[in-house]
Write a protein that binds this ligand. Structure first.
Ligand SMILES: Cc1cc2nc3c(=O)[nH]c(=O)nc-3n(C[C@H](O)[C@H](O)[C@H](O)COP(=O)(O)OP(=O)(O)OC[C@H]3O[C@@H](n4cnc5c(N)ncnc54)[C@H](O)[C@@H]3O)c2cc1C
Length: 415
């Protein structure tokens, strides 16, 4: 539902959500399901979900194996809950998704050690159906794996979902339940009122004011900026981390990735200052993660993706390869120095040698909203102006976790 400005500026909304990515749309869906009236969502792009993280990601439904509860309690809880909710939602509303399963692969003794560590995390987090496999057992599941694979974790709850249909479905249902979606609406300023907020909104160069009792900041890469508009002492700082993605046509290489599973290397960490890989024991990495000195990354993976095939969506036409990270390109640069295809083939070669550089073509790049100094999601009320709920550092796995995040925000809102 969308209404003319002169109608909506006249009223005070119960809730305004800033940001129409998957997180903002899931919150709109959740609030509308609970019959909270007078909700407005403002999105600065012309479309929902816009051009940011939610339309430029891998579409992987993560399992929750990567998040140690002692460091990332919200990611641990919300990813696992979100995984279940995502499959239920997609089945119920006919959104294309598939529980493909995944193998996380080690090719040397250090990676063996990391796999044992993350297997332990997965068990602690109650990720369902995990199995540790020998290299031979993994190769039996996916014959294109390298001879050098020594160990693997089989993760059956991992899968893929079609990007656009998922967000569109959230948007459509919330819209039907009465949420007002206003696109091309850029929030440029916020002032504090006795009982809420007044937002300055730029629409095609025209400045309007929108008032609300509660403000939900789901602005992704720009959530730090919205938080500072509310409270200039807000501590968050988001760094854009670009990930370039490539793909290959499954019809041209039907002989690779015959299992149709996600294939991931062992995760690793890089130093936040130097951006170099940190080769430490898992326990030491955990300490460094807690201290905000390193960032964990899942590595360059081979992943089945949904693409439009006529009027339908197919997961058997294209396989994604990526991401390859490009640091310090900021929040806007999706193009400069896109990695050459040889980089992608080289990255996966240790565990997946049959893929050639010439099989690959660029897919797209996305920029992840990484919060400086903290690796978990931050979902909390502003300390000075508690009528504002901030969602900051909504990097991976916020796509998977979106429905669980929305439930969490609804509970926080009710409290
Ligand atoms: C390359 C890549 C691969 C990824 N792969 C996966 C994956 O496979 N699985 C997974 O679970 N997660 C993945 N992620 C993470 C996932 O995409 C994000 O966590 C998720 O999409 C975040 O959604 P969001 O709604 O918070 O942010 P966004 O999608 O970025 O949405 C925020 C919205 O806020 C709007 N906005 C910002 N400022 C303003 C303003 N001032 N006024 C109005 N509107 C504003 C923006 O226009 C934007 O549309 C990946 C991310 C990247 C970049």
């Amino acid at each position: 539902m969308s209404i003319p400005y002169n109608e909506y500026i006249a009223k005070k909304f119960t809730v305004v959500i800033v940001g129409g990515g998957v997180v903002g749309c899931a919150i709109a869906y959740e609030l509308s399901r609970h019959k909270i009236n007078d909700v407005l969502l403002l999105e600065r792009n012309d479309t929902i979900p816009g051009i940011n993280q939610s339309s430029r990601n891998g579409g992987v439904i993560h399992s929750g194996i990567y998040y140690p509860k002692s460091v990332e309690p919200l990611k641990a809880a919300l990813c696992i809950q979100g995984n279940d909710l995502m499959y239920d939602f997609c089945r119920h509303f006919n959104v294309p998704c598939k529980q493909t399963g995944k193998l996380i692969l080690a090719t040397n003794p250090q990676e063996d050690e990391y796999l044992h560590f993350f297997y332990g995390i997965g068990q602690e987090n109650n990720v369902s159906g995990l199995r540790m496999l020998t290299g031979a057992e993994a190769k039996h599941m996916e014959p294109n794996l390298s001879e050098h694979v020594t160990l693997a974790i089989y993760v059956p709850s991992c899968g893929s979902v079609a990007l656009d249909p998922f967000v569109t479905k959230l948007h459509t249902i919330a819209d039907q339940y009465g949420v007002i979606f206003q696109t091309a609406s850029n929030v440029t300023g916020i002032t504090i009122q006795a009982n809420g907020f007044a937002l300055t909104v730029d629409q095609a160069g025209q400045q309007e004011t929108v008032e609300c009792e509660t403000l939900i900041n789901a602005a992704g890469l720009y959530a730090d900026e919205i938080a500072k508009m509310v409270n200039e002492e807000s501590p968050y700082e988001i760094e854009g981390t670009r990930g370039d993605l490539a793909e290959f046509d499954c019809n041209l290489r039907p002989d690779v990735n015959t299992s149709g599973m996600h294939l991931y290397p062992a995760p690793f960490c890089y130093d936040n200052e130097t951006k170099e890989t940190v080769d430490e024991k898992p326990e030491k990495l955990l300490e460094l993660l807690k201290a905000g000195k390193v960032t964990k990354t899942l590595g360059t993976h081979v992943s089945p993706v949904f693409v439009k095939d006529g009027d339908a969506w197919s997961i058997t036409k294209v396989t994604g390869v990526g991401p390859l990270k490009t640091m310090e390109t900021g929040k806007e640069d999706y193009e400069t120095n896109f990695h050459p295809m040889s980089d992608f083939a080289n990255k996966v070669r240790p565990y997946f040698p049959n893929l050639k550089e010439t099989d690959l073509r660029p897919r797209f790049s996305g920029i992840m909203a990484v919060l400086k100094g903290k690796t978990d999601f931050v979902i909390e009320r502003d300390k000075k102006y508690p009528q504002c709920i901030n969602l900051v550092g909504m990097d991976s796995p916020a796509w998977t976790a979106a429905l669980a995040i929305a439930e969490y925000v609804h509970t926080l809102y009710r409290r």
